[in-house]
Design a protein around this ligand. Structure first.
Ligand code: NDP
Length: 399
């Protein structure tokens, strides 16, 4: 059916590429392009023998001209951006210059400061609309599947949605006393940021990790969940009409937070350079060097993730509650594609979003967040491609 240019060769890209190769009718030919071409070649070699034809290319996606040249030579039908959030705009510019559809899994971030805002990418709406091109933003899990879950609830179960609580739980255990699932610098920055949620048209700020509850999650059990800001809150507040409150919660164990607190207290999470025996070092970078490499956690992580949306509202004049969630097992993911559940739950939805765009099922001119498309084909594909979901109509609610 089509050709996809996949930019990035990290954890998420590796899963998405495995899934494209399981789906050769749609992904006939792909090109894996990234900064370190050896990583692209390693993925290609692992998947040799599949029907999908795989090419590789070295690419600095910060350079729009390089992306344009590669698009011109490979002639893809879609560009799947699985590099880092810093590359979103250069890649969108290249898509506009060459007339190709675009998909990503994370909002654009200016390199110097974490913002978690869509404004830069939403500013491309008219340009994509005028060019007759589709840009799908945030086709991972959160953002991604969580937005599809909300659109599905709105379409099938509610006349009015009043509140949404997104709960992201990871009960995976890698056996180390302390390690981060992804880049420690980004992880620590996210966790120590101010919390924020949407209520009655305003954004309410909370001190970092100051709002904590216990929630009993299916197949995982009771866990401490902490209120945090997450980027999909911004688009859902606009796109789920009439919603009064949206919050995002994530699990952290006491052990994890204790280690983090000690590291912060002794200055190891600082990004201010210090002089150590005549050498300038940044404590957080030194800490990253002594911590386990997140990529090495895959083979040793046991347990499950559970990510879902608890929704409250009105149907036919009566109050209604709904909980829709996916449970993913770290070891099963590793056995299937060689990555743990964090990359798996992002790489599978990236493939599904791209598949629906290539099939012409999700195709409209402009820049869209995922909840702006018909959720039904995506929900069906989640069941088929490894992220089956479950629903309950009597969940415990978060007050
Ligand atoms: P990794 O760090 O594992 O991989 C990133 C890849 O991008 C690497 O291969 C890296 O190359 C490549 N890259 C970085 N800069 C450039 C550049 N300038 N040009 C070309 N390639 C570049 O990250 P993940 O796979 O974990 O994450 C990928 C994306 O998915 C991120 O944007 C992340 O925020 C997002 N994400 C979204 C989630 C969701 O649920 N929506 C959840 C998790 C992640 P190199 O190998 O040389 O470093």
């Amino acid at each position: 059916m089509g050709k996809a240019l996949i930019i990035g060769a990290g954890g998420v890209a590796s899963v998405a590429i495995h899934k494209c190769c399981q789906n050769p009718e749609v992904f006939e030919e792909i090109c894996i392009a990234s900064r370190t071409v050896e990583k692209c070649e390693a993925i290609k070699n692992k998947l040799a023998g599949n029907r999908t034809i795989i090419h590789t290319a070295q690419l600095d996606a910060d350079n729009t001209e390089q992306v344009i040249d590669l698009i011109k030579s490979f002639q893809p039908d879609i560009v799947i951006n699985l590099a880092l959030p810093y590359q979103d705009l250069t890649i969108m510019d290249a898509c506009l210059a060459t007339g190709v559809d675009y998909l990503d899994t994370a909002n654009y971030e200016p390199p110097d400061i974490a913002k978690f805002e869509y404004k830069w990418q939403w500013a491309y709406r008219e340009k994509f609309a005028e060019a007759g091109l589709t840009a799908l933003l945030g086709s991972g899990f959160d953002p991604g599947v969580t937005g599809v879950f909300c659109a599905y609830a709105q379409k099938h179960y509610f006349d009015e949605i009043h509140s949404i609580d997104i709960v992201d739980a990871n009960a995976g255990d890698h056996g180390y006393p302390f390690a981060t699932n992804f880049n420690p610098e980004i992880n620590i920055r996210e966790i120590t940021a101010t919390g924020r949620y949407y209520e009655n048209g305003s954004w309410i700020e909370t001190d970092p990790l100051s709002v904590k509850k216990v929630y009993d999650l299916p197949e995982i059990g009771p866990k401490n969940i902490y209120l945090m800001y997450h980027e999909e809150l911004e688009s859902l507040a606009k796109n789920i009409k009439g919603v009064k409150r949206i919050r995002f919660w994530m699990t952290f164990s006491d052990n994890y937070l204790n280690h983090l607190r000690v590291l912060e207290n002794v200055g190891m999470t600082s990004i201010e350079p210090i002089n150590f025996e005549g050498q300038q070092i940044i404590p957080l970078q030194f800490l990253k060097a002594v911590l386990p490499d997140p990529a090495s956690l895959g083979p040793r992580t046991k347990g499950k993730t559970n990510i879902g949306c608890i929704i409250q509202g009105i149907k036919d004049g009566k109050p209604k509650t709904y909980y829709v969630y996916n449970i993913c097992d770290h070891q099963e993911c590793f056995a299937e594609v060689g990555s743990q559940a964090i990359s798996y739950t992002t790489g599978v939805p990236a493939m599904i979003g791209a598949m629906l765009m290539l099939q012409g099922i999700w195709k409209k001119p402009g820049v869209f967040n995922i909840e702006e498309f018909d959720p039904d084909p995506f929900m069906e594909a989640l069941n088929k491609w490894g992220l089956p979901w479950q629903e309950s109509f009597s969940p415990t609610l978060l007050d």
